[in-house]
Design a binder for this molecule. Structure first.
Ligand SMILES: NC(=O)c1ccc[n+]([C@@H]2O[C@H](COP(=O)([O-])OP(=O)(O)OC[C@H]3O[C@@H](n4cnc5c(N)ncnc54)[C@H](O)[C@@H]3O)[C@@H](O)[C@H]2O)c1
Length: 279
């Protein structure tokens, strides 16, 4: 899709009140797109919508829990009253869950699967059929480098992100006949507020560990605006999988060409962390 000028086009972004979603919606708006945005967090979403309106864009915003089928259905109905189909769909809303399988409770599984996987399924279910009817558009599902390589530190999170990569690959295969592209975006360590909202389960779930994680992400200093730029490029090139950041590319190629070595490396990193923390 030509993304140099998005005037007259509508881009939809879930989880647009913060981080990668916010920067991606802003990048679309800067190229002239109108926006449909949603988030669980109403106040920052509304403030962001006002910013986009001040840029001269048409904006429809709604508080939505992407995990909730009814919420997503109502959001889709309201969006499709305004436009017959969105041109770009970005299923971005997501949450973090750190910790191993043995410490992950069933409520934690429901929470992370509900948002990270069912949220993406809901987005595709309600917004893709009108795109198919119009035979154009692009779908972006925000997965993660943890959707390419799994470690014990992100057991449930990786499960959801591997599933998002699989769903995206299958959807791409199905939608190509309708002229619709699908991209799974796989960012590495991105400095966003997700470090504050993530759940951390098991012995790693201490305030000290959270502060260490926040500082590590800040030191890494790879901003969400760089992910947004990569998302636009991936749409333009119709990439199937778009790793973002050097560590995500290393995982992408490592998994393909040296999977055994990569597994030993990630295991050694985890073991070193456990030892350092006396676990
Ligand atoms: N930050 C990273 O290092 C990183 C790395 C790889 C992938 N990702 C993925 O990128 C996406 C965006 O994350 P981010 O880093 O920008 O985080 P963020 O916390 O800054 O933004 C996520 C947004 O999603 C919203 N949200 C959460 N649950 C929701 C729900 N049930 N319904 C609607 N909105 C909801 C939040 O309110 C927030 O505004 C997520 O899918 C995340 O898994 C992030």
């Amino acid at each position: 899709m030509d993304i140099s000028n998005l005037r007259g086009k509508t881009a939809l972004v879930t989880g647009a009140a913060s981080g990668i979603g916010r920067e991606t919606a802003l990048a679309f708006a800067q190229r002239g797109a109108d926006l449909a945005i949603c988030d669980l967090n109403e106040a920052p979403l509304q403030a962001f919508a006002s910013e986009l309106v001040a840029m001269g864009r048409k904006v429809y915003w709604q508080r939505v829990d992407v995990a909730d089928r009814g919420d997503m259905e109502r959001f889709a109905a309201a969006v499709h009253e305004r436009v017959p189909a969105v041109d770009i769909l970005v299923n971005n809303a997501g949450v973090g869950l750190g910790g191993g399988f043995l410490h992950t409770g069933l409520d934690d599984w429901d929470w992370v699967i509900g948002i990270n996987l069912k949220g993406v399924i809901h987005g595709c279910h309600f917004f893709v059929p009108p795109m198919v009817a119009r035979r154009s558009g692009h779908v972006v599902n925000v997965a993660s480098a943890a959707g390419l390589v799994a470690t014990e530190m992100l057991s449930a999170y990786s499960t959801t992100k591997f599933a998002v990569v699989g769903l995206s690959e299958a959807l791409r295969d199905e939608l190509t006949q309708y002229g619709i592209g699908v991209t799974a975006v796989c960012p590495g360590i991105i400095n966003t507020p997700i470090t504050r909202s993530s759940r951390i389960v098991g012995p790693l779930g201490t305030e000290q560990n959270r502060e260490e994680m926040v500082r590590a992400y800040q030191r890494r200093n790879y901003g969400p605006e760089r992910v947004a730029a990569n998302i636009l490029r991936a749409i333009e090139r119709n990439r199937a999988v778009a790793p973002v950041s050097p560590e995500a590319w290393a995982f992408y190629y490592g998994k393909r060409f040296i999977p055994g070595l990569l597994a030993r490396f990630t295991h050694a990193v985890g073991a070193r962390e456990r030892k350092r923390r006396g676990l």
